[in-house]
Design a protein around this ligand. Structure first.
Ligand SMILES: Cc1ncc(COP(=O)(O)O)c(C=O)c1O
Length: 377
């Protein structure tokens, strides 16, 4: 069993070859001409946006998407030069910075247009924007008639060009297809309306990961996968999913061991009381690192290839596990929180199930205190 010797005993490993594998799986779904805009918002779902962007771009991805201005600026500062689409809500105060960092804004509100016009008026070529149609997510976007009216109204400044048209599905991973079919029909009616006006928008996009698999009609010119790139999905079990590999694993190590007698308790509020003499190992990871407190007395980890249960409440920086059944467990031993050890595996989806959430949240929550190490083998 490897013993960890590092200044950072708890760390995440991001397997870039698994990322490439997942990208390849997604590409297999696409018809010729349809491309992938990789969604790398929220620090690439916790995997590290810059490294993930570099790796995907090296594999031929030509466009990425983030949510916030800061995410876009950080990618530009790291030397990422491909188009970066900003999916998130925009504020007029941000528009000058968006333009100066060559970020592509998604417009959901026509109130932004005057400032956008002013910020782009001195440019020599029209500045690309994407327009978003709200079709049922109830979040960002222009209503279908509002979008077509905007196009008819000639109120789009000449300094802008509509490079993209998009919508976002609310239920592409849901048990029925009703809502997505409805959203697709609405979106298609807008696409038809635009075509009928003799306008051609180069990038039409709607599909997140779930829709990319389930609704080939939603592929248009780009798909926008996030979660499947990172090796997970939330599709119903009846839908055949691509063969995906989790990209991130999370390791810690045993920091201290003790044996407590029957009746001894562990952690705040003594929610765990030993029913037998219990060997307890302390791990240096806690809820401040995104290791959810709802895992308390519930979650499991792998030690020496065997499952050990979390006991007591997860603390801010530490958590305790029961290693009574793993007699070889010793200080310094590697502990897998997400990943494979021996023949067993714990996934972010398992942690999500134990905490009543989805793998998206589990991955995004892995905090900045946890170093990410990249490997590509
Ligand atoms: C607008 C938009 N497009 C695409 C995605 C990617 O979705 P998924 O991770 O389900 O593939 C997201 C993620 O929430 C999103 O907000």
């Amino acid at each position: 069993m490897p013993t960890i010797s590092t200044s950072s005993p708890t760390y995440a490993t991001v397997d870039l070859s698994a990322l490439t594998h997942n990208l390849t799986q997604l590409r297999r779904l696409l018809s010729p001409g349809c491309e992938i805009m990789a969604v790398i918002k929220a620090n690439a779902y916790g995997h590290g946006a810059v490294e993930v962007a570099r790796s995907l771009i090296a594999q031929g991805v030509t466009r990425v998407a983030v949510v916030s201005l800061d995410e876009g600026i950080a990618l530009r500062a790291a030397g990422i030069t491909v188009p970066i689409v900003m999916l998130g809500p925009l504020f007029t105060e941000q528009l000058h910075d968006i333009i100066s960092h060559r970020l592509t804004p998604v417009i959901s509100d026509r109130a932004l247009l005057p400032t956008l016009a002013q910020a782009t008026t001195s440019l020599t070529t029209p500045y690309p924007i994407h327009l978003k149609v709200e079709t049922g997510m109830g979040r960002l976007g222009l209503a279908t008639d509002e979008l077509l009216n905007l196009i008819d109204s000639d109120q789009l400044p000449a300094s802008l060009k509509i490079e993209g048209l998009m919508t976002h599905f609310a239920d592409s991973d849901g048990p029925t297809t009703v809502q997505t079919e409805h959203q697709l029909a609405l979106f298609q009616s807008v696409v038809n309306g635009i075509t009928a006006r003799g306008l051609s928008i180069p990038l039409i996009h709607a599909a997140n990961s779930g829709a990319a698999v389930r609704y080939p009609r939603s592929h248009y010119s780009l798909i926008r996968p996030g979660i499947m790139l990172y090796g997970y999905h939330t599709l119903p079990t009846s839908i055949p999913a691509p063969d995906l590999k989790p990209v991130l694993s999370l390791r810690s190590c045993i920091a201290q061991m003790r044996t407590i007698p029957t009746g001894g308790t562990i952690s705040y509020n003594a929610t765990f009381m030993a029913k037998r003499p219990t060997r307890v190992a302390v791990l240096p990871i806690g809820y401040a690192d995104g290791f959810n407190r709802r895992l308390s007395n519930r979650g499991e980890v792998l030690v020496h290839g065997r499952r050990a249960k979390l006991i007591g409440l997860v603390c801010m920086d530490m958590v305790m596990i029961d290693v009574t059944e793993i007699p070889d467990a010793a200080v310094g031993d590697e502990v897998i929180l997400i990943g494979r050890q021996g023949t067993d595996q714990i996934t972010a989806a398992d942690l999500a199930e134990w905490t009543g959430t989805i793998a998206y949240e589990t991955l995004c929550a892995i905090g900045p205190r946890i170093p990410r190490r990249y490997r590509n083998v």
